[in-house]
Design a binder for this molecule. Structure first.
Ligand SMILES: Nc1nc2c(c(=O)[nH]1)N[C@H]1C(S)=C(S)[C@@H](COP(=O)(O)OP(=O)(O)OC[C@H]3O[C@@H](n4cnc5c(=O)[nH]c(N)nc54)[C@H](O)[C@@H]3O)O[C@H]1N2
Ligand SMILES: Nc1nc2c(c(=O)[nH]1)N[C@H]1C(S)=C(S)[C@@H](COP(=O)(O)OP(=O)(O)OC[C@H]3O[C@@H](n4cnc5c(=O)[nH]c(N)nc54)[C@H](O)[C@@H]3O)O[C@H]1N2
Ligand code: SF4
Ligand SMILES: [Mo]
Length: 577
């Protein structure tokens, strides 16, 4: 038996026992003897077997020769390296080292969590996460825009004895068994967070000693919350005063974890939403006690220094203009499905002279690429990984051999050698990453991070939390429907089994399987209807990974954090005759 880990972009970062050629769940305290369906069926996946150029199969040697020819014929500054998060392990970034040293462009910003992270940094001065292990010690868990049955299933076993509060426009599986579910109007969270804070203060439920020491500007923030009209706002976000009272009673004097997901921040003002939720956590004094805190999608590389050359000119991952580059090297990403505003991406990608796709799956991007280079899946290469929800570092040694594809390290070593760029051995890089962790038993390593971050104050100049001083007023009214585009249990974004329907409440009056044109200010897509009465009637659900969903989303950045804002645009439905 040998230990490795799931490579996917997922909070849980499970450890795997590779036994007799089979993927088995590790029994460690985090993986707890189970994996999700992606890994249970991983080896049945149909990955790309052969490289191709202009649609014609070639050998890996020919593909590498072609790649060199392309890079030699392009001005270095006209090369873009666009790397996604298809494999989350740390050695994936070795290609950044080559491209940055070569003088190519890299990306900045994120399709994922950047707005929320910006809000956290605005308030706390840094983004240090409450780990999954601390959440397990809480009495009360508030899932705020996070869907644990789909995206963090390894938290579920520890929730049995806890009080659960869910704030989500969808009646998710956790919402169905929760003590309280607030089926909030999408994008109503900033108001809810501010009103919870205001009523905590009115009812003397704040942690005054904590506020005095670490958040002395609280009174000014309280005044800001007083600017919100209570009755009209609660009606607008579909929350009652009774629900606010119930939440406050449930959390009073308890160990509380507010577990946020990316659902709250897929909007232009996502940073403000997160900062307002953090402020509620501050009001309750959640930041210096065991089993208390606000968890989010943490910085998975916190306390790790990259060994790679990363200094390079950068363009936005959200809305870069591919057509400005002669050669685009896409790695571990499917921008034609997952980037916002697909129409814009299609137009700008079509003008790229040399589009190279380096990945595992056949998808929208591989189909239009000129040169396709298959990667090796995680079982066939060495790597190492961290998580954005806990502090483990998992070694991922190669488990088997195959002639299909090439690893990121082998590809980079080849390119570095041809272009005279220095590169250390693979083992040296893996050792470098490992040096940031300590061995806690025979098979587990932990990165050196504080168990309870912000115990002695925040990372701001004076150690105090910084509250919002103003906020964007959002318009939640109008006839147009809210687009919800969260994660599906069947796919991991555009990998694995992708969803193909749009989901609405049956009261909307359309028949199942009717093709509907969903339109936004950006574009439209036709999808067949399925009912889901766990939805509000003012919402349309199209999961991430559904082909065409991003014809609807905006390529604008969040106001802070250079993040995509997939749920900013509202949509309309029309029967397609
Ligand atoms: N099975 C599976 N697992 C995954 C992924 C996957 O694609 N499939 N993707 C991985 C990745 S890349 C990421 S970033 C994580 C993200 O995982 P999560 O953080 O859980 O994010 P989402 O699934 O996008 O959204 C979570 C919840 O937010 C709710 N939501 C949407 N809008 C709002 C709102 O305005 N307010 C509130 N309060 N809630 C809202 C949605 O209904 C949904 O239930 O999951 C990872 N894990
Ligand atoms: N509408 C909508 N759009 C979204 C989201 C949403 O919630 N709704 N979520 C956004 C978020 S949070 C994220 S993180 C992004 C994710 O978007 P992407 O980063 O584009 O992720 P995937 O769609 O999973 O595509 C991953 C690619 O990585 C390849 N791959 C897998 N393993 C390896 C490997 O070991 N090596 C190499 N070279 N390639 C590999 C796969 O073949 C696949 O092509 O999508 C964003 N887009
Ligand atoms: S739950 Fe997440 S980390 Fe665990 S096997 Fe599934 S995708 Fe991988
Ligand atoms: Mo993500």
């Amino acid at each position: 038996m040998s230990k490795t880990a799931c490579p996917l972009d997922c909070y849980d970062a499970c450890q795997i026992d590779y036994v007799d050629g089979k993927i088995k769940p590790s029994k460690d305290h985090r993986t707890q003897g189970f994996l999700c369906s992606h890994l249970n069926h991983y080896e049945k996946q149909q990955f790309i077997q052969k490289p191709s150029f202009m649609g014609k199969e070639i050998t890996i040697e020919e593909a590498l020769a072609k790649l060199i020819e392309i890079l030699k014929s392009t001005d270095n500054s006209s090369v873009l390296h666009y790397r996604g998060s298809g494999n989350f392990a740390l050695m994936q970034a070795v290609t950044d080292h080559f491209f940055a040293s070569f003088g190519a462009n890299l990306t900045e910003g994120t399709l994922c969590d950047g707005a929320g992270e910006a809000g956290i940094i605005n308030g706390r001065g840094s983004n240090k996460n409450m780990s999954m292990d601390e959440i397990k010690k809480s009495d009360v868990v508030i899932f705020w825009g996070r869907n644990p049955h789909t995206t963090s299933s390894h938290l579920l076993p520890s929730l049995k004895e806890k009080t659960i509060i869910v704030i989500d426009p969808i009646k998710t599986q956790i919402a169905k068994s929760a003590d309280v579910h607030i089926q909030i109007k999408p994008h109503g969270d900033l108001y809810l967070a501010m009103l919870l804070t205001r009523f905590a203060h009115i009812n003397d439920m704040c942690d005054e000693a904590f506020l005095e020491e670490f958040a002395s500007e609280f009174e000014e923030y309280y005044e800001l919350t007083q600017g919100i009209r209570i009755k009209a706002t609660l009606e607008e976000i579909n929350v009652t005063l009774g629900e606010i009272g119930t939440i406050l009673e449930l959390v009073h004097h308890k160990k509380v974890a507010i577990v946020c997901g990316v659902g709250i921040q897929k909007y232009a003002d996502g940073a403000e939403v997160m900062q307002a939720i953090d402020a509620f956590g501050v009001a309750l004094g959640l930041f210096n006690k065991e089993g208390c805190g606000v968890a989010y999608l943490g910085a998975s590389q916190a306390n790790i220094v990259s060994p790679f050359m990363t200094k390079a000119p950068r363009v936005s991952k959200v809305n870069c203009d591919f057509s400005a580059f002669e050669t685009v090297f896409v790695q571990g990403a499917n921008p034609l499905a997952q980037m916002p505003n697909t129409q814009r991406v299609q137009t700008s990608m079509a003008k790229v002279k040399n589009l190279i796709y380096f990945g595992l799956d056949e998808n929208e991007t591989s189909k239009v690429a000129h040169l396709v280079i298959p990667a090796k899946s995680f079982l066939y290469k060495n790597d190492i990984r961290t998580s954005y929800s806990h502090n483990a570092l998992h070694l991922m040694p190669q488990q088997k051999k195959s002639n299909i594809g090439i690893s990121e390290y082998a590809l980079s070593a080849f390119l570095c050698q041809v272009f005279g760029i220095s590169l250390q051995s693979e083992a040296a890089y893996l050792e470098h990453f490992q040096s940031f962790a300590e061995k806690i038993n025979d098979t587990e390593y932990e990165i050196k991070r504080e168990a309870i971050p912000y115990k002695d104050g925040f990372d701001t100049d004076d150690g105090e939390f910084i509250f919002l001083e103003e906020f964007e007023k959002v318009n939640l009214g109008g006839e147009e429907l809210h687009l919800l585009t969260p994660k599906s249990p069947k796919s991991l974004n555009s990998q694995f089994q992708r969803e193909q329907y749009l989901y609405i409440h049956s009261n909307l009056g359309y028949k199942e399987d009717t093709p509907l044109r969903v339109s936004s200010s950006e574009g439209s897509v036709i999808l067949k209807v399925r009912y889901n009465n766990d939805l509000r009637e003012d919402c349309v659900l199209i999961y991430s990974g559904t082909a065409g969903v991003n014809f609807l989303s905006s390529s604008k950045h969040s106001l802070e954090g250079k993040s995509a804002i997939y749920q900013q645009n509202r949509v309309t439905l029309k029967e397609e005759l």
